[in-house]
Design a protein around this ligand. Sequence first.
Ligand code: OFO
Length: 169
Amino acid sequence: MINPKVETALNEQIKKEEHSSRLYLSMAIWCEVNGYPGAAAFLYDHTDEERLHQMKFVHYLNDRGGKSVLFALEQPEGDYESLKDVFEQVLEHEEYITESINNLYGLTVEEKEYTTGNFLQWYITEQIEEESLMRTILDKISLVGNDKSGMFHIDKELETMATNKETAA
Ligand code: OFO
């Protein structure tokens, strides 16, 4: 049976992953209606990925004899100033998730819940990849500044990244 404190913390993380999915969905929608179809495709993809993160936690917790709980979610921001603003907020959010996963891992050590600690390794690696990817995208966006053709190319690149993921899946 899973440690009750860890169970509560896992349920909090399930909520955060579900919120991530909706947050990126709101960003994808903004991109789609503001002339960034590539960024929209990339973020729609990411929405699905966050849903997978959530489901992985749900199944793990249920398999360990716990029970996954769904909470009410806050409404994500629907308006952004620019594509740069979108990706700044993505990176900020991923950093917040990394901290949350690390705290969760810390709790598993404190509570000697080593099985869950082991399970969390996948998320720890995933967060390194996600932060690095978002930082790279943000650097590119910052580099082109207000240059429209540069922005067009970044959007195309994001579209390719989304298509490649779909092909690989
Ligand atoms: Fe984007 O990693 Fe889950 O939330």
